[in-house]
Design a protein around this ligand. Structure first.
Ligand code: MLT
Length: 409
């Protein structure tokens, strides 16, 4: 008999972005003439920068020669890339991270999903709400969710982030073992200041909790008091794992490359209470289940740290942040209440007149042919909100705002 993992059967049918795509496709089929502007899933539209493409061409040529060919690489990633990360992403911000604390992967989505492999299914989880659905769904898959009751998993603590609390989550009350934080935040586009993040690190130290810190949108930070890495906060290396991605930084959503930092100072406990290194467990997990990101892609990522690469990446980020400004200002002029978009490529909109998130989705799709993501898809506190991304083409972003302005909220 083929017995399945019951936890998967507990999950609602569709993953959020697949469901959004399904509804857009259905609308397109019934309205083939509609010119839909897609601002739903945060997929990038600018091409990959020249420095990275040149590096990939060279790396592809390496594969032609017996002397430069690369087969299996290190499961943890090539040192040429890990050294750049340690130097540019950490040392230059005053943070000391060893290259053996850095694990290259095929992206933050996989890593934030897979990391739960090394943690007990008994662990209690807390998430900010609304939240990137991968954190919740993967914990449900591993048996940490409990039961779904009224849109909430019974074993997961939800920390609401709404306009009422300025999107600043209160510290947990349920003594969670694992806390997911994503800053700059997906989906709300809001941030935590250094002082605010320090409170979380202090909490985690005091409660022996682990913070999963997703900083996939770090490159979009413009405010000086917003930390780029959780390790800017003293003591964080004892309580936090950090996830980074080249997807939104450098347009690698299709290429796939990111990395995870698991500090050696970070310890968990086995069922006898003995201390265990999470770095050692993650290394063991990766060596068994992962053969490393591809050589060509890692060479592309390495090129992002060259002066040319850094300049080209900055230009692309500026392009998207110009879109964010157009959205923020244009939608506010249209009479909508908007949040985010200053340190992040996401605009979080309060739906007008108490409309539900999915009703607003339908309204925008049918009346403006603009597709976004319903806030309720990110969790119960996302109900009554709606997300648009700044990752579109500039002309489309301007056009979307013009279309929305005609709705008269
Ligand atoms: C999003 O739209 O939230 C992201 O693009 C999803 C992802 O990074 O997997």
């Amino acid at each position: 008999m083929i017995k399945v993992n019951d936890n998967f059967c507990k999950l609602p049918a569709g993953y959020l972005f697949s469901e959004v795509a399904r509804r857009i496709d259905a609308y397109r089929k019934s309205h083939p003439e509609a010119e839909i502007i897609r601002m739903g899933i945060g997929d990038v539209t600018c091409p990959i920068c020249q420095a990275a493409v040149d590096a990939m061409h060279r790396a592809a040529d390496d594969q032609l020669s017996v002397f430069t060919f690369h087969g299996y690489g290190p499961e943890q990633g090539y040192s040429f890339l890990r050294e750049k990360i340690a130097e540019y992403d950490y040392k230059r911000r005053g943070i000391s991270i060893g290259i053996d604390e850095i694990f290259i992967s095929d992206g933050a989505k996989s890593d934030t999903g897979n990391i739960g492999d090394i943690l007990s299914s008994d662990c209690k989880v807390a998430v900010t709400d609304p939240v990137y659905p991968v954190y919740v769904d993967t914990n449900v898959m591993s048996g940490r969710g409990g039961e779904l009751i009224d849109d909430r998993w019974s074993r997961i603590e939800y920390l609401p982030c709404t306009a009422e609390n300025d999107f600043i989550p209160a510290l947990p009350v349920g003594n969670p073992d694992i806390i997911y934080l994503c800053y700059p935040n997906n989906p709300t586009g809001t941030t935590l200041t250094r002082d605010q993040l320090s409170e979380w690190v202090e909490y985690a130290i005091a409660h022996k909790a682990l913070i999963m810190f997703d900083s996939a949108y770090e490159a979009y930070i413009t405010s000086p008091d917003v930390p780029h890495s959780i390790y800017e906060i003293p003591g964080a290396e004892k309580v936090a794992i950090e996830f980074r991605s080249y997807s939104k930084t450098a347009g690698f959503t299709g290429l796939r490359c990111g990395y995870t930092v698991v500090p050696k100072a970070l310890k968990g406990y086995d069922s006898t209470g003995a201390e265990v290194s999470l770095n050692a467990l993650w290394n063991r997990r990766q060596c068994t289940k992962f053969n490393g990101a591809s050589y060509i892609v890692q060479r592309a990522a390495e090129a992002l740290y060259t002066p040319k690469g850094m300049k080209q990446v900055r230009e692309t980020i500026d392009y998207y942040m110009r879109n964010a400004k157009v959205l923020r200002e244009g939608l506010a002029e249209a009479g909508l209440q908007v949040f985010g978009g200053i340190d992040a490529p996401y605009i979080w909109i309060k739906t007008p007149g108490g409309m539900s998130s999915w009703d607003f989705f339908d309204l925008l799709l049918s009346k403006c042919n603009v597709a976004g993501t319903p806030g309720s898809g990110f969790g119960p506190s996302g109900e009554g909100y709606f997300r648009l991304t700044a990752f579109g083409r500039y002309e489309n972003t301007v056009e979307a705002v013009e279309r929305l302005k005609k709705l008269e909220f």
